[in-house]
Ligand binder design. Structure first.
Ligand SMILES: Cc1ncc(COP(=O)(O)O)c(C=O)c1O
Length: 448
């Protein structure tokens, strides 16, 4: 009998056997989306990092773009983004908000159809198949897809166990992970990290950003700082108890703002990823950016493959309009941060009231919470042994109640029972989503 898989390439066959738990979750939720008027029993999405707080403002800003302008029917200026849009990214985003020591310019970046595409293209350009990229746990699960699915590089998981990645000592664990990978024949080519951190919602300190640079230099690997949540840092907008209970604040520091980078790392190894999905709430538009100010060869290599991830002309036109006006960006960002702070406050007040431990967040759309107390007792033994079914059961109970929350496995967290809760949804929806989540937890704890 013919095995149909044999009609596919080996790399495509590999992808058939790899489940994508993040995308499976998204599909499930999007097929039965909650809507207060038309589908009140649908699923409230507190699992995906989509910020729904600025919908009205965006609709107004985008509504002024001429959608059927005949120019938009054709290919846009360049697969790697028009000069104008790249200038807006340089002047109105990076130079204005990232505080770079050396101002960045349009020719140091390549745009693509989403930051996922940016990380995939970056991987394609720095890794041959089978080579490795180190990431510490827990990490944004999409990096697995971006690094492994097309470019066929490997994610070298550096499991931090009980440590949080905000302590410099964990760089030693990264070094061990690198040695171990190399002893297994995996050549490590890069480190990827997100700052602000997804899923932990906190910023790295200057000290640790510098330790990462030293690590990259010592091992001669690239370092990609994914700064896609840079303008979603909200902790200075907190008030009352939420503010009082925040631990010491670490401001967002872009790697671009660190003076004398060359004293820590060769500058051609340092790169930044950004995109429109998070700070501008435009997940569906698909626009990402790789900024590599000191490695023109990488930029040329990225340009050579940009045709496959070319943004659509209408998308580019609308984003160009949005980013053309620094005042619009500033008002949008301030309002967004204020709303993130309000939604975060409701989420943490609710978690505190129910004695659910969490890591206080400073930025991003989510917080990291410890749901281990709700894992049914019958499953705690298997949970202690790292058996994920306990976590899946809790997740399923939440889905049955009509809310989707993302579970630790999707972030390669080795401890079972941690969840990432997205709070960047309008307050009434958030309230109902958290209520449903708690009902599911209470149901599970009766069994526990
Ligand atoms: C840290 C990080 N990088 C990249 C992405 C992907 O962004 P995009 O929607 O632009 O592909 C996400 C989305 O959740 C993210 O959290």
């Amino acid at each position: 009998m013919t095995n149909k898989n044999h009609r596919l390439s080996t790399r495509a066959q590999e992808n058939l056997s790899e489940p994508n738990i993040m995308l499976d979750g998204v599909r499930k939720v999007n097929s039965d989306k909650y809507d207060a008027d038309t589908n009140p029993n649908g699923i409230i999405n507190l699992g995906v990092a989509e910020n729904q707080l600025m919908t009205k403002e965006l609709t107004k800003i985008m509504g002024t773009v001429d959608h059927v302008n005949p120019k938009l029917f054709g290919y846009s200026e360049s697969p790697s983004g028009s000069k104008k849009l790249r200038e807006h990214f340089a002047n109105n985003i990076f130079n204005r908000y990232f505080n770079p020591v050396e101002p960045v310019s349009f020719d140091q970046m390549v745009l693509s159809a989403g930051c996922s595409a940016t990380v995939d293209n970056f991987t394609f350009c720095v890794c041959d198949p089978g080579e490795g990229i180190i990431i510490t746990t827990p990490f944004y699960g999409g990096f697995n897809t971006d690094i492994m699915v097309k470019s066929k590089a490997k994610v070298v998981v550096c499991d931090l166990g009980d440590c949080l990645p905000f302590d410099v000592s964990h760089v030693d664990l990264m070094q061990n992970a690198l040695y171990k990978a190399e002893s297994e024949g995996i050549k490590v080519k890069a480190v990827v990290l997100s700052n602000p951190h997804n899923p932990l919602g906190r910023n790295y300190s200057r000290e640790i950003l510098i330790e990462f640079l030293r690590f990259a230099s010592r091992n001669q690997v690239h370092i990609l700082y994914d700064e896609i949540y840079a303008l979603s840092v909200f902790d200075d907008k907190l008030v009352g108890q939420a503010k009082a209970e925040q631990p010491g604040s670490t401001p967002f520091i872009s790697v671009l703002s660190i003076p004398d980078l060359e004293q820590y790392c060769e500058k051609d190894l340092i790169h930044v990823a950004y995109g429109m999905s998070k700070d501008f709430c435009l997940n569906g538009f698909r626009c990402g950016c790789l900024l590599s100010p000191w490695n023109p060869e990488l930029i040329d290599a990225m340009r050579a493959i940009a045709v496959f991830t070319w943004m659509s002309s209408p998308t580019e036109a609308m984003i160009t309009k949005l980013l053309s006006d620094p005042n619009t960006i500033e008002t949008f960002t301030q309002t967004n941060q204020k709303r993130l702070a309000e939604s975060y406050t409701l989420a943490v007040d609710t978690l505190r009231a129910h004695n659910i431990p969490f890591l206080p967040a400073q930025g991003g759309h989510f917080l990291w919470a410890d749901f281990r107390q709700f894992i049914p007792r019958s499953l705690t033994v298997s949970a202690a042994a790292g058996e994920r079914s306990a976590e899946h059961l809790l997740c399923r109970a939440m889905l049955d109640r009509g809310v989707y929350v993302n579970w630790g496995e999707a972030f390669s967290e080795s401890k079972v029972g941690f969840f990432r809760v997205t709070f960047a949804v309008p307050i009434p929806m958030l309230k109902l989503g958290l209520e449903r989540m708690l009902q599911a937890c209470q149901g599970a704890s009766q069994e526990a």
